[in-house]
Design a protein around this ligand. Structure first.
Ligand code: C2E
Ligand code: MG
Ligand code: MG
Ligand code: MG
Length: 280
């Protein structure tokens, strides 16, 4: 009940422009201490094969603030980015994801892979590659099982330095995924320059599968191009059986499925149960 009213209060203020700026400042000052106060958590959303088995998971940050209730990432990630807090928080997410991932690899899922979102600020960090290497060494998680998600706009902003950063991450052995594909300005052929491994088909295209012929045509085309460029695929936001069926028909074994139909983002101990079950 307390949590609920906290959330409502938060939404009330964000709808008011004047209070919005104040709210952002308050969020920022609370976010500054959120990590140390144990208010942040990493949840894991399964990425499944066509047969429903779990191949890996995307790490997604959650903030349960005693003051504001559950604050959605769309609200606090931009604040974390603008304030620079995302560098420390993002590094913690990466360590947490690798630590849990290694636990699953040592247990029920030896091939388990983890996908982690990288923010622009982290991407621009001069010592990003060294930090990733440290975390891999510290957790024992193999680089080849770590997928770093970046967006098209991050690549297009500073092409030359992006190429160098990505090449170093590749040299470390990491997989590179392009998130929200199709919502930015790039072309697939251009993206090939960046030596990507995985293309994540944005939810906005998956939404219309099963009832919108245009979305079907777009997704079919993306799958065809990704295949010819040798990229693996993850479909985001799979919510219905119709979408699932159509994605499997297009992508077969080459596509992983992620969405509420296959599992919500969940705490690590819930994924433990999922992996222990016969379908895990
Ligand atoms: P994203 O990386 O594209 O993550 C996918 C988002 O889609 C997640 O939202 C997930 O909960 C949501 N989603 C998954 N399946 C479905 C579905 O079937 N239906 C619907 N409606 N939504 C679905 P979430 O967790 O709210 O995160 C939003 C965004 O915040 C992420 O988008 C990512 O850009 C950012 N984010 C989250 N965690 C982190 C993090 O640790 N670091 C950074 N830099 N960004 C993060
Ligand atoms: Mg992502
Ligand atoms: Mg995405
Ligand atoms: Mg998104």
């Amino acid at each position: 009940r307390a949590k609920e009213s906290g959330t409502n209060r938060f939404q009330f203020y964000t709808e008011d422009m004047g209070a919005g700026a104040m709210e952002r400042l308050q969020l920022e000052s609370h976010l500054r201490h959120a990590l140390a106060r144990g208010e942040l958590a990493v949840h894991f959303q399964p990425q499944c094969r066509a047969d429903g088995s779990v191949a890996g998971a995307e790490a997604l940050l959650r903030w349960n603030s005693p003051r504001f209730g559950m604050v959605p990432p769309v609200r606090f990630i931009p604040i974390a980015e603008r304030s620079g807090l995302i560098v420390e928080i993002g590094e913690w997410v990466l360590r947490e994801a690798c630590r849990q991932g290694q636990r699953w690899r040592n247990g029920p899922a030896p091939e388990f892979r983890v996908a982690v979102n990288l923010s622009v600020a982290q991407f621009r960090q001069a010592d990003l590659v060294a930090r990733v290497a440290d975390i891999l060494a510290e957790t024992g998680f193999p680089a080849t099982a770590l997928e770093l998600e970046i967006t098209e706009s991050m690549l297009m902003e500073e092409v030359q330095s992006s190429l160098e950063t990505l090449a170093s991450l590749k040299a470390l052995g990491c997989m590179l995924a392009i998130d929200d594909f199709g919502t930015g300005y790039s072309s697939l052929a251009y993206l090939k320059r960046f030596e990507l491994d995985v293309l994540k088909i944005d939810k906005s295209f998956v939404d219309g599968l099963g009832n919108d012929g245009n979305d079907s045509a777009v997704v079919h085309a993306i799958v065809g191009m990704a295949r010819s460029l040798g990229l693996a695929m993850v479909a985001e936001g799979v919510e219905s059986h119709d979408q699932y069926d159509e994605l499997v028909a297009f992508g077969g074994e080459d596509i992983l499925l992620q969405g509420y139909l296959l599992g919500y983002p969940m705490p690590a101990d819930e994924l433990d149960h999922r992996l222990a079950s016969p379908t895990g």
